[in-house]
Design a protein around this ligand. Structure first.
Ligand code: C2E
Ligand code: MG
Ligand code: MG
Ligand code: MG
Length: 283
């Protein structure tokens, strides 16, 4: 009887594993065609400057409208796209679309675009960015590229040269998810960045955990000394907003101001500025 149950259980797992690989295979097939089928979209999330209490720009966030599966976020498909060698083509589409959208925004609002580490290693990447930005008629001074520490971990002279080329074009560079990696602070010594984005995991604890608050204060203090701006990611509550402001953050981003949405869904850009001045009203 035990043997029978064991076998039945084995069959059950077998079917499960088979289904897993089938759905994974289907995802890969769909992903290969997604660009040509124009299934990618960009959502935009406002970034608010705290000192000026106004909208500073938007971060562009990739979405895949996969037929039969709804709207997918990057964690569900970007690693696979990377492994399939699709990331450079998808990344080029994102840049082009973000710059086109950016050109429709009032000056001096900026647009931030996330890069995968692979893109920075592509020979001629900075030139390709220059071409895309030029064709869209968007000012490179209003474009920011967000890279994660994993890109810097490759501590590669090619990555460094690419970042320098991008900055020479007038494009700014932000270090995303700051604090989640290992040697975060030492990177600032080597890599030229204009901004640090303090990761949501810190923001969530900032008003509850004094140690986390101290770390954030150290980061913003160091950043200021180095002439680097700071943005706090994932602000969801008024308490977090007040805390991050008191800890010296320059900008905030998060559901409190707005969830990411299609650019057209932002009717009134002035109203978003009010979102940033909210603490002034409640204080
Ligand atoms: P990220 O660059 O750190 O972007 C912030 C993520 O946090 C976004 O998730 C955003 O929707 C989410 N978020 C923003 N505010 C809040 C908040 O208040 N609370 C919570 N819980 N979440 C918030 P999303 O859009 O799913 O993107 C996930 C990651 O995928 C991004 O993290 C970025 O690393 C990557 N990504 C997004 N778009 C692209 C792209 O075009 N290219 C590349 N290479 N990566 C991208
Ligand atoms: Mg980002
Ligand atoms: Mg981030
Ligand atoms: Mg993050």
């Amino acid at each position: 009887e035990a043997k029978l149950a064991g076998r039945r259980r084995f069959c059950f797992f077998d079917a499960e594993i088979e289904a897993h690989f089938a759905s994974r295979w289907q995802l890969e097939q769909d992903l290969k065609l997604a660009l040509a089928r124009q299934e990618f979209e960009l959502y935009f999330q406002p970034i608010v400057d705290l000192a000026e209490a106004k909208l500073a720009g938007f971060e562009a966030l990739l979405r895949w409208r996969r037929p039969g599966h709804g709207l997918l976020s990057p964690p569900l498909f970007l690693d696979i796209a990377e492994r399939m060698g699709l990331i450079n083509d998808i990344g080029a589409w994102v840049l082009k679309e973000a710059c086109t959208c950016g050109a429709s925004l009032p000056h001096p609002l900026r647009v931030a675009v996330n890069l995968s580490p692979t893109q920075l290693l592509k020979p001629g990447f900075a030139l390709e960015v220059a071409r895309i930005v030029g064709e869209s008629k968007f000012s490179p001074r209003r474009l920011e590229l967000e890279i994660t520490e994993s890109a810097l971990f490759l501590e590669n002279s090619a990555t460094l040269a690419c970042l320098k080329d991008l900055r020479r074009l007038g494009i700014s560079v932000a270090l995303d998810d700051f604090g989640t990696g290992f040697s975060a602070l030492s990177h600032l010594r080597v890599f030229p960045v204009d901004r640090i984005k303090i990761d949501r995991s810190f923001v969530q604890e900032a008003d509850k955990n004094p140690e986390t608050a101290s770390i954030i204060r150290a980061i913003t203090g160091l950043a200021r000394e180095l002439g680097v701006r700071t943005t706090a990611e994932g602000i969801e509550t008024e308490a977090q907003l007040r805390k991050l402001k008191s800890l010296g953050c320059d900008e905030i981003q998060g559901y409190l101001v707005s969830r990411p949405k299609p650019l057209g869904a932002f009717q009134n850009l002035e109203e978003l500025a009010v979102g940033g001045s909210r603490p002034a009203k409640t204080a």
